[in-house]
Design a protein around this ligand. Structure first.
Ligand SMILES: Cc1cc2nc3c(=O)[nH]c(=O)nc-3n(C[C@H](O)[C@H](O)[C@H](O)COP(=O)(O)O)c2cc1C
Length: 180
């Protein structure tokens, strides 16, 4: 099986640290090194059939990028480059970081924005995650009462993140061919 692509955008490094923790669980034949989207190209992404994308939500419901003080850019600048990439036949899993206490009306919104973008381009998005153990009001990442991917909150529920990540990787393992 071909390798899994792993890409993220991050401002203060929380999403980058989770991406690196994911990569650390697997060898180089299974998964490529986590790469910031500000160093990626559309061609590189198009070369993978299975992809994991991570994002924080910044600026009150926005994708990380220059306008939310994300140094070097983020999804805000990169998504337009993927505008014409066909994701049909590709499997995508998403993880998103946010702060449910400070931003209860926009919790992990950016993960929902990514979901809409990739589904609209034909991707099969897997890894929906239960929203039960969170305390928030609204999220663009909610669909049928579940998050469209793994939601992590390093500000308020950091102690739960390792277990959540492990359970989520097990959840997506069949589609991603992960040795778990
Ligand atoms: C200015 C600012 C705006 C934020 N807006 C949101 C938001 O709308 N929704 C949310 O869930 N989290 C929000 N957050 C919280 C971040 O998503 C959270 O701190 C995350 O862990 C940051 O990850 P990063 O360092 O990878 O960017 C915001 C944080 C900052 C500093």
């Amino acid at each position: 099986m071909s390798r899994i692509g792993l890409f993220f955008a991050s401002s203060t490094g929380n999403t980058r640290r989770i991406a690196k923790a994911i990569k650390k669980r697997f060898d180089d034949d299974t998964m490529a090194d986590a790469l910031n989207v500000n160093k990626a190209s559309a061609e590189l992404i198009a070369g993978y059939s299975r992809l994991i994308f991570g994002t924080s939500t910044l600026g009150g419901g926005q994708l990380p990028g220059v306008s939310t003080d994300c140094m070097g850019g983020g999804w805000e600048e990169f998504l337009p480059k993927l505008q014409d990439v066909d994701f049909s036949g590709k499997t995508v899993a998403l993880f998103g970081l946010g702060d449910q206490q400070k931003y209860p009306d926009e919790f992990v919104d950016a993960m929902g924005i990514l979901y809409q973008f990739f589904v609209a381009r034909g991707a099969q998005v897997v890894g929906a995650w239960p929203a039960d153990d969170y305390d928030f009001i609204a999220s663009k990442a909610l669909m049928d009462d579940e998050f469209v991917g793994l939601a992590l909150d390093q500000e308020n529920q950091k102690n739960l993140s390792d277990a959540r990540l492990e359970a989520w990787l097990k959840l997506i393992a069949p589609e991603f061919g992960l040795p778990l």
